[in-house]
Design a protein around this ligand. Structure first.
Ligand SMILES: [Zn+2]
Length: 287
């Protein structure tokens, strides 16, 4: 019987980074005036908007690609191999898959990485959870599907698509000791049989079990929230769904924290994520 605690969490973040609390107001325009001694023809006043309270300022101009990471072909191979390990470890089911696929593909097409072929999967589990792997594999548990209405489910899926678009797992892999071996094996991999695939399977099985590629830093979670909430209206979903999803998870954390998996209890940052999400929704409405 497969009874493994899911080592992934939509709601998890590392404690490594300390964030300032942000408020949903004050997009104060700061005027920067030309210096008094500047030449007359340069004395034009420049108006810049400096948003000290913008929780997502460092992500606004981000451009994403595989440059410096595994190339996309190897990313797809890695994703396929990792997915095999996931199917060994967890019970995948068709329950709710149609709904997840329908909502997930809309989010994927509206995302920062729309060209990739995303594959959505449902894991039979009483834990409320979702995670993603390189190559566009996105997993969500039956408990999460039951808990969420469509816009809430979209917020979870758009968040996971955000991790894939920002190549968070590939960046983590790049920093790991296993990177060189895995990259070499993927390059040599031609089929599923043979010793290269076998050795790679063992290494990737350990990675899936240990959660190396599915546990993200707090900054990465913030970035995936940002990409997710911005995707929702483009995909035709109410971005408020992300707020109510966090609120639901927050309530469950208070009452049945065991259902949120082992990681969540260490990371009580729901308030901050709700406030950041509200900030972005207000900002999107202004534009
Ligand atoms: Zn996440």
């Amino acid at each position: 019987m497969k009874r493994t605690t899911l080592r992934f969490n939509f709601f998890a973040g590392s404690m490594a980074a300390v964030l300032c609390a942000s408020t949903a107001q004050s997009l104060a325009p700061i005027q920067s005036h030309g210096l008094p001694g500047a030449k007359a023809n340069h004395a034009r006043t420049a108006t810049t908007f400096v948003q000290y309270d913008d929780p997502y300022s460092e992500f606004r101009n981000a451009r994403y690609s595989n440059a410096g990471l595994l190339n996309e072909r190897d990313e797809l191979k890695l994703g396929a191999q990792l997915h095999r390990e996931v199917t060994r470890k967890y019970n995948l089911t068709d329950v709710g898959l149609d709904r997840v696929e329908r909502i997930g593909q809309r989010c994927a097409k509206a995302s920062q990485r729309p060209i990739l072929l995303y594959k959505f999967h449902v894991i039979q589990s009483r834990e409320i959870n979702g995670f993603s792997l390189p190559g566009g594999h996105i997993y969500i548990t039956t408990a999460m599907i039951k808990l969420a209405n469509d816009s809430e489910l979209a917020s979870v899926l758009a968040h996971e698509v955000g991790h894939v678009a920002a190549r968070h797992s590939l960046k983590t892999l790049k920093q790991s000791q296993e990177y060189d071996d895995i990259a070499k094996s993927l390059g040599e991999l031609t089929g599923v049989a043979g010793s290269v695939a076998r050795d790679l399977g063992v290494a990737l099985g350990q990675i899936v079990g240990g959660g190396l590629l599915t546990i993200h830093t707090r900054d990465e979670e913030r970035e995936a929230d940002f990409l997710g909430v911005r995707t929702l209206p483009k995909a035709g979903f109410d971005p408020q769904g992300m707020v109510t999803m966090f609120q639901k998870l927050q309530r469950i954390e208070e009452q049945h924290s065991d259902l949120l998996g082992s990681l969540f209890s260490d990371h009580p940052d729901a308030e901050e994520r709700i406030s950041n999400t509200r900030y972005e929704i207000a900002r999107m409405k202004r534009r």
